[in-house]
Design a protein around this ligand. Structure first.
Ligand code: 5GP
Length: 191
């Protein structure tokens, strides 16, 4: 890999673990990180930011798949989610916040990408966060089950496992991991 090639950091983990809050803090704290904005066919949640995703239709999503416009995409609980082919600002490294099937696809395409898998401090806390999001009850139960399924798969794929016990501490640990991989890439070692 060339020293100036952008690195890819994948932040994955079961739903309700706080990935979204973590990646927002990462890009605020490190201006050399560029956060990819995903496409989804899921409807916007009450109170969710307009730019949380590119909210789109199944037709538009499928047209983009056919055009080869996604680095990865998946069907997660009946909706499509996908990462458009990344186009980071020059000199920036890319951050992807995605579920484990997408993480597996990106690792297969870019084995040098760094996968940081985030775990909740407890199942109770994770379920509480999933419930606090405004999804209907049946959707919440589905997400709790899905999260249980994702955990062992993600752990097995991960380069680093981080427990999100306290946001500031978690973000600091992740910034250190990112710096570590930048140092290795610039010294020619495999990332
Ligand atoms: P949510 O509906 O809660 O926003 O997202 C559901 C799951 O999809 C989360 O685990 C989230 O990280 C993941 N996700 C968001 N964007 C993408 C994407 O572009 N690709 C994949 N594979 N997963 C995504």
């Amino acid at each position: 890999m060339r020293a100036d090639e952008p690195l890819i950091f994948i932040v994955s983990g079961p739903g309700g673990v706080g990935k979204g809050t973590i990646v927002e803090a990462l890009v605020r704290r490190d201006p050399r990180l560029w956060l990819s904005r995903s496409w989804t066919t899921r409807g916007q949640r009450p109170g969710e930011r307009d730019d949380a995703y590119v909210f789109t239709t199944r037709e538009a999503f499928e047209a983009r798949i056919a055009a080869g416009g996604f680095l990865e995409w998946t069907d997660f609980l009946g909706n499509y989610y996908g990462t458009p082919t990344p186009d980071p600002r020059p000199g920036s490294d890319t951050v992807l916040e995605i579920e484990v099937d997408g993480a597996r696809q990106v690792k297969a395409l870019h084995p040098e990408a760094t996968l940081i898998f985030v775990l909740p401090p407890s199942r109770e806390e994770q379920a509480r966060r999933l419930r606090g999001r405004g999804d209907p009850d049946d959707k919440v139960d589905e997400r709790v089950r899905k999260a249980e399924e994702e955990e062992p798969v993600g752990r097995a794929l991960a380069d680093h496992v981080v427990v999100n016990d306290e946001l500031e501490r978690t973000v600091a640990e992740m910034l250190e991991i990112i710096e570590h991989h930048r140092g290795r890439a610039h010294h020619g070692a495999p990332a």
